[in-house]
Ligand binder design. Structure first.
Ligand code: MN
Ligand code: MN
Length: 286
């Protein structure tokens, strides 16, 4: 058992639960994101900042905010299967999962588990890349492919992508095929982000941010979002945020430690938003 079952059993309904998935073996260019969860926690608790979100939710005092630590993978089970199973277990406890990757390949398993509990959900993806490759270098589980899997399995009611600046003809065809709503950086304005109806899952690839703000990612792609852009989009969401992930932070490239602080800040804002929209799904809103 990767995570202490007793710990899971004690989780209160409606908790927002942080869990690390330190797995990056489907990365294509370099490894490193497996080190991310620990570094994000270190930044969160480093003492230079408090644990409050900008909406003044104090995660240090919030009883419904829990950090379960990292999953430990066992040799007999593929990690992606393990991740999906752990999220299944957590969602059965009626909590909201805030998962720390790992690379973006972890996300389809998380969303399969969400689909079993909620049916099709809305997804807001922050990313420099559409991640819609049918396969990449022969690997259908590559971190270049997660949203192709999610869409062909029918897990999403709606997929909106923000921060995109690496579209190519193959992925454009895929985006059309799956009716993905791509908001390219080329014409970025915060007002382009639509209002969502019903439960929303947020998948936040750190390379959506401009490398000037977040250099600690494997794929540096200039021309991205500012930290404030991402914060504003999150803060302006009024749909219930039922789950989220922060992926692709690569500590090996984070020479200043700044990206860890940005990821920790985004964790606080996502957790705060998830806690603030809890009441909206009380009563089993599907
Ligand atoms: Mn990605
Ligand atoms: Mn990316």
């Amino acid at each position: 058992m990767p995570i202490d079952q007793q710990l899971i059993d004690t989780l209160a309904e409606n908790s927002v639960v942080v869990i690390g998935a330190p797995y990056d073996e489907n990365s294509t260019f370099m490894l490193g994101p497996a080190e991310a969860p620990g570094k994000i926690r270190e930044a969160l608790h480093c003492g230079s900042a408090n644990l409050c979100s900008e909406d003044v939710v104090d995660l240090g005092k919030e009883a419904l905010f829990k950090d379960l630590g990292d999953m430990a993978f066992i040799p007999s089970q593929p990690p992606l299967v393990e991740i999906e199973g752990v999220v299944d277990q957590l969602l059965e406890k009626k909590v909201r999962v805030l998962l720390l990757g790992g690379d973006h390949a972890v996300t389809p398993g998380v969303l399969r588990a969400y689909h079993r509990q909620y049916g099709q959900v809305n997804i807001l993806q922050f990313d420099a890349h559409p991640d819609l490759y049918e396969e990449f270098e022969g690997n259908r589980n590559s971190h270049a492919c997660p949203f192709a899997r999610i869409m062909e399995e029918g897990l999403a009611k709606r997929l909106v992508q923000v921060g995109i600046r690496t579209m190519n003809p193959h992925q454009r065809k895929q985006a059309e095929r799956f009716e993905v709503e791509v908001l390219p950086m080329k014409s970025w304005a915060p007002a382009m982000v639509p209002k969502f109806e019903g439960p929303l899952y947020i998948s936040l690839d750190m390379d959506a941010l401009d490398p000037a703000f977040a250099p600690g990612v494997s794929h540096h792609e200039p021309g991205g979002l500012s930290t404030r852009d991402v914060l504003s989009v999150i803060q302006n969401i009024d749909a219930p945020v039922i789950g989220a992930d922060i992926v692709e932070f690569n500590p090996l490239r984070d020479t200043s430690g700044m990206t860890a602080m940005v990821a920790a800040k985004l964790l606080k804002e996502l957790a705060s938003k998830m806690l603030n929209t809890l009441h909206e799904t009380d009563g089993g809103n599907e």
